[in-house]
Design a protein. Structure first.
Length: 238
């Protein structure tokens, strides 16, 4: 191994140690209570050394959030890659989102539950890769509208937000330990998801209006099918 390769690996290892320490501290003490000095002390480095990797605590958070969103996107992609039925693909993708809260609770809490972390809107371009995941969900809903399963007036982007928010509830209750003895969060997640899907099949209208942002790709009917390997990206405004 050459000197440059060894230095690159060492630098990557230190960067990973910083992120691991920050993730643990953010969850243990809360984002607002953690300083770069605390992170440096956890890995026995000087604060000045941390600055050679990350310019600020916010930058560390955004790096962690990006890791989390990439993990989530990969897991959703794997779960639906071979599926052709749009309703089954939509259901599987949403269950994968819920399962992510159980398999990666540290990431999930930082990404969706911690109110003290920076807003993703401050660095949304960093998360444009997640367009593929949201586009798949909207495309599946669009297919269900075209097939007459959901009413023609249903907005796919709004419907996806409603479905996502519905499963966020059981996930948050499970992570925070707010369910009672013997209450099964998996059963609650199943019932919530099936209730919302049943509502859409029955013709329930949405009143929520989603905004345009880089986390969503502006797609047209027929652009993407659940089993497609490629997604057509379009420019959106945050």
């Amino acid at each position: 191994m050459g000197i440059k390769d060894r230095q690159a690996r060492e630098r990557q290892a230190v960067r990973g140690a910083i992120l691991n320490a920050a993730r643990e501290l953010f969850l243990q003490e809360g984002y607002r209570n953690v300083s770069l000095r605390k992170i440096a002390e956890r890995i026995e480095y000087s604060p000045a050394a941390i600055y050679s990797y990350f310019a600020s605590k916010d930058e560390i958070f955004f790096a962690l959030a990006e890791e989390g969103y990439r993990l989530l996107a990969e897991q959703v992609e794997r779960s639906v890659s071979s599926m052709t039925d749009p309703l089954d693909a939509l259901r599987r993708a949403l269950r994968t989102f819920y399962d992510f809260s159980k398999n990666q609770p540290e990431y999930f809490e930082l990404m969706f539950l911690d109110r003290s972390v920076p807003r993703l809107a401050q660095d949304l371009e960093r998360f444009e890769f997640f367009q593929q995941t949201t586009a798949r969900g909207e495309a599946a809903i669009r297919e269900l509208v075209a097939a007459g399963v959901f009413r023609a007036s249903l907005d796919p982007a709004a419907a996806l937000h409603v479905l996502w928010a519905a499963l966020l509830g059981p996930a948050a209750l499970a992570i925070s330990g707010r369910l009672g003895p013997g209450e099964n969060p998996d059963a609650l997640a199943h019932d919530v998801l099936e209730s919302v899907l049943a509502g859409f099949r029955a013709g329930v209208e949405t009143t929520f209006h989603p905004s345009e942002c880089p986390m969503r790709a502006a797609t047209q009917a027929g652009d993407i099918r659940p089993a497609d390997a490629h997604v057509h990206h379009a420019t959106t405004n945050s």
